[in-house]
Write a protein that binds this ligand. Structure first.
Ligand code: PGA
Length: 230
């Protein structure tokens, strides 16, 4: 199974910044077939012909209608997105998203042949009370265990943007508990404080199939270094 390296720009950038980023990234990378860049939705259409697969960062749970502010899976497809992140902990918390709404989003994306990247992960409190496995199972319980070609991103909330990274054993335990939910082989990415300096170790020493990179992805050269490892 080939590794997938995903950049998550979150709410950063501008047209000029992203244009520079793509130029810089293309000069530095040696291989881009498994690289995906999750741009703010307003920029996806403008960068669809830059030779790199693009992702949304969220999608509506509804097909269309009176949902002011929301973006449908069909609109993302029309803009050129191949992937879409759903269930990111920031969206779960800031937009009050439930597991059930994430399931609806998953179905909307599948209907439009967009690959969902389903994010899960525990808070520090859940980790400290040793409930990580139950928490991950609960977050993923809304998905059919027979799902094909599933991509899950394991992102412990306490590791996002903090510089803290779980031990290899902790990552493998969490990922093992994710894999055992599903009957088919799935891709599991790790995300949370990934940098060029720790990406190789994570890819070599844990049972992951790729990385979801936030802060470090905004530096095109650093992200190109990470992308070359795949
Ligand atoms: P980070 O973010 O790499 O800045 O920790 C990862 C993410 O939130 O996807």
């Amino acid at each position: 199974m080939s590794n997938l390296i995903v950049a998550n720009f979150k709410m950063h950038g501008s047209h000029a910044f992203i244009e520079d980023w793509f130029t810089n990234f293309n000069q530095n990378k040696t291989n881009s077939h498994d690289v995906v860049v999750a741009l703010p939705a307003t920029y996806i259409a403008a960068f669809r012909d830059y030779g790199i697969m693009l992702s949304g960062q969220n999608v509506s749970a509804y097909e269309s209608g009176a949902f002011t502010s929301q973006i449908s899976a069909e609109m993302l497809k029309d803009s050129g997105a191949d992937y879409c992140i759903i269930g990111h902990s920031e969206a779960r918390e800031q937009l009050n998203e439930s597991n059930e709404s994430i399931r609806e989003k998953f179905d909307q994306l599948k209907r439009m042949q967009i690959n969902p990247i389903v994010c899960v992960g525990e808070s520090l409190q859940v980790k400290e009370t040793e409930k990580t496995k139950d928490h991950l199972r609960n977050q993923l319980s809304v998905l059919d265990s027979e799902t094909e070609d599933l991509i899950v991103a394991y992102e412990p909330i306490w590791a996002i943007g903090t510089g803290l990274v779980p031990t290899e054993k902790e990552i493998d335990e969490a990922i093992g508990s994710i894999r055992e939910i599903f009957k088919k082989p799935i891709k599991v990415l790790y995300g949370g404080s990934v940098k060029a300096s720790n990406a190789q170790i994570l890819l070599d020493n844990t049972d992951i199939n790729g990385l979801l990179v936030g802060g470090a992805s905004l530096n095109a050269q650093e992200f190109a270094k990470i992308a070359q490892l795949c």
